[in-house]
Design a protein around this ligand. Structure first.
Ligand code: BES
Ligand code: MN
Length: 446
């Protein structure tokens, strides 16, 4: 493959910009510098901005006061690549196989943001960029964007814009244009369950001393009722129910429950009674265990009564649920059920509210028109299960909801081994940027 555009993507994915792992701090800076250079070669005025965490990369096209300004947000950080032994090719040595670029970050979010950068670069080279563009590319999305809201507040004026576009979500089916009009929010928590002062012989003490692993298992089990509903009191109080048109859009989605089962590699789906899988993922809140540990994990038997156990939880939230309220309710629920003989240490993590954009708004319609023009089909309107924590801050501080134009393939394996981005989606993304900028240039300011 000698397409220079693909070479840019391979280089970008080759930088292990894992925001969560401190051993990659140097790679984060290296990735920001790489982006800065690339943005400059595309004709943009770029800057690396320090934050208390990983740097933000800003870039803008030559400003023309008579044109609308579109802000394009993305992230250059990626999730940890573990478990490494499950990758077909190493995560940071990207490879093209079967028309897909494989590597950590290929889809989430390097391929998608790069498509927009190259689209703008092409337009600038042809002297045909119909809008002003500002790129805001952060390095902490995958750890909950802890410093970006403050950055937005302090750069509010230079980030002023007329619309916001983001490609960081999934297409309903390969080749099927998709506007993601809602994303779930998130609230994270970690629970440490402590018991005896040190690991004990499970024969000498077992039966008389509470086992933290058993206590953790009981607490985790208490989070759901047998119908798959979250059993935390008040958890559903503020949930915005789906409207009829949304249930119709979900039923019409090209993504079927059977596709979801096949992609996930499960023999059957499970979840809250009364909803399809598409609805459960997009429109219903959840409680998930993301990590769980205690006791001996090595070879053979070890008769130990572990001194502690831990579990990591995230709640996915839908419109109107407040992360702080959900975390407080979860804390009360766990503390009230703490088994005798152990103690809980609960730490709250990052959070972000759910996002909702009316796809019938003028910007929403312009985005759909661009998607239809590029892909030749009416776009699917989807509610997505994932989260982009900064979305509601972008809307509050910059005054516009984000247009989420999906480019990820349903089988992109984001966050998992063998993450990949189809070359076709990358090239379509470049075209989409061109058409979107044209369509957003002319609509009335919202
Ligand atoms: N691109 C995803 C968000 C996403 C994934 C939206 C799939 C829609 C469908 C984003 O990079 C992401 O993974 N976000 C994290 C946020 C978290 C770490 C705070 C997520 O959703 O887990
Ligand atoms: Mn992600």
């Amino acid at each position: 493959m000698n397409d220079p555009r693909l070479n840019h993507l391979l280089e970008f994915v080759g930088i292990p910009s894992v925001s969560a792992q401190s051993c990659h701090a140097g790679d984060m800076d290296r990735c920001a510098s790489w982006l800065f250079q690339l943005l400059k070669t595309q004709g943009l005025d770029a800057r690396i901005e320090k934050t208390p965490g990983h740097p933000v990369v800003l870039a803008r096209s030559p400003r023309d006061a008579s044109k609308r300004t579109i802000l394009i947000y993305g992230h250059y950080d990626v999730q940890p690549a573990e478990p490494l032994d499950q990758w077909t090719s190493p995560p940071f040595e990207p490879e093209i196989r079967d028309g897909r670029v494989f590597g950590r970050g290929a889809t989430d979010n390097k391929g998608q943001i790069l498509a927009h950068i190259l689209g703008v670069g092409e337009a600038l080279a042809a002297n045909a960029l119909p809008v002003n563009v500002v790129f805001l590319i952060e390095g902490e999305e995958e750890v909950g964007s802890p410093h970006l809201a403050a950055f937005l507040e302090s750069h509010r004026e230079e980030l002023a814009c007329d619309a916001i576009a983001i490609s960081d979500t999934g297409m309903a089916a390969d080749g099927h244009p998709t506007l993601s009009y809602a994303l779930r929010g998130i609230a994270a928590m970690e629970v440490r369950v402590t018991g005896p002062a040190r690991d004990l012989h499970s024969g000498i003490y077992g039966g008389a001393v509470a086992n933290p692993a058993t206590a953790a298992a009981r607490l985790i089990a208490s989070l759901h009722d047998p119908d798959g509903r979250v059993a935390i009191p008040g958890f559903y109080n503020d949930v915005q129910p789906m409207e009829d048109w949304e249930r119709e859009a979900a039923a019409a989605s090209p993504l079927k429950d059977s596709d979801i089962a096949a992609q996930a590699g499960v023999h059957e789906l499970a979840g809250e009674a009364g909803y399809s899988a598409v609805e459960r993922i997009g429109a219903r809140p959840t409680a998930e265990v993301n990590g769980l540990g205690s006791g001996y994990q090595g070879e053979g038997t070890k008769t130990v009564l572990p001194a502690e156990a831990f579990f990591k939880l995230t709640f996915r939230l839908v419109a109107n649920q407040k992360p702080s309220d959900i975390l407080a309710k979860a804390r009360r629920h766990l503390e009230a059920r703490c088994p005798r003989g152990v103690r809980l240490e609960i730490t709250e993590g990052h959070s972000g509210e759910a996002f909702f954009l009316d796809p019938r708004s003028p910007d929403g319609l312009a985005a759909q028109a661009a998607l239809e023009e590029v892909f030749g089909k009416k776009p699917a309107l989807t509610r997505e299960g994932g989260s982009i924590p900064i979305l509601t801050d972008l809307q509050r501080i910059l005054g516009h909801p984000a247009l989420l134009l999906a480019l990820a393939s349903p089988d992109c394996r984001a966050h998992a081994p063998d993450e990949n981005f189809p070359v076709a989606n990358f090239l379509a993304g470049i075209r989409l940027n061109r058409v979107l900028m044209k369509n957003l240039a002319s609509i009335s300011v919202s």
